[in-house]
Design a protein around this ligand. Structure first.
Ligand code: TYD
Length: 210
């Protein structure tokens, strides 16, 4: 049987990595060992692209950024995600294509149709079975990732207006895809958030996780 593909989305500082780690442990206790991966990244080439996209100091145009991210996604999908799903493994992915609609589309203003075309090429129609959108106000997100500007990546360093556009794009994606995307409050204790995620996974896939 084909594996399940779960993605985690949200603004910076929403706590995706923590929740992925907690769900990984819960699944493992039930003898499901998922592949944990991230975007941009997840293969050696895609991780190199991630480095450019997050830390390049020279200017990157919006279309270039989108093309780089989708190049990383194409390689990651073909080399890691699809083979794992075909082999029956679960995949927990820290961001997937929704992030491009939110950041490159909402944030940078790349037209929706352009992103749609890139998606068709890079993912060949693959969509997560379930997406958790950890929603968080821009203010709380900034407070969590704030810190020193010299350790922030190109997106964390963006102005609040950019982050507000990203959040609103994610909210629209969730509204348009109610069967795939579950919106959860990212500003609550991690244990409560984890309990909600586990309940949804149990309900959706019929697995017994504690
Ligand atoms: P993030 O997932 O937040 O990782 P970390 O927790 O290590 O900071 O960082 C990835 C950044 O890349 C994030 O700020 C959003 C951005 N991004 C895009 O702009 N488009 C995309 O399609 C993806 C996957 C990520």
């Amino acid at each position: 049987m084909r594996g399940k593909f779960l993605s985690f989305e949200g603004g910076d500082g929403a706590g995706k990595s923590t929740q992925i780690g907690l769900l990984f442990e819960a699944l493992q206790r039930s003898n499901i060992t998922p592949v944990v991966t991230r975007e941009p990244g997840g293969t050696p080439l895609s991780e190199d692209i991630r480095h450019w996209v997050l830390h390049e100091t020279a200017a990157i145009s919006a279309p270039t950024e989108a093309l780089l991210i989708f190049a990383a996604r194409a390689q990651h999908t073909e080399e890691v995600i699809e083979p794992a799903l075909e082999a029956g493994q679960w995949v927990l992915c820290d961001r997937y294509t929704d992030a491009s609609y939110a950041y490159q589309g909402g944030g940078r203003g790349v037209p929706f149709e352009v992103i749609q075309s890139l998606e068709a090429i890079a993912t060949q129609g693959l969509k997560p079975d379930l997406t958790f959108f950890l929603d968080l106000s821009v203010e709380v997100g900034v407070r969590r990732t704030g810190g020193r500007s010299d350790v922030q990546d190109r997106f964390e360093a963006e102005e609040k207006e950019f982050k507000a556009r990203v959040r609103s794009a994610y909210q629209q994606i969730a509204e348009k895809n109610p069967h795939r995307v579950e919106t959860l409050d990212g500003d609550q204790p991690k244990e409560e958030l984890c309990a909600q995620i586990k309940t949804l996974v149990r309900r959706r896939f019929g697995v017994a996780i504690d």
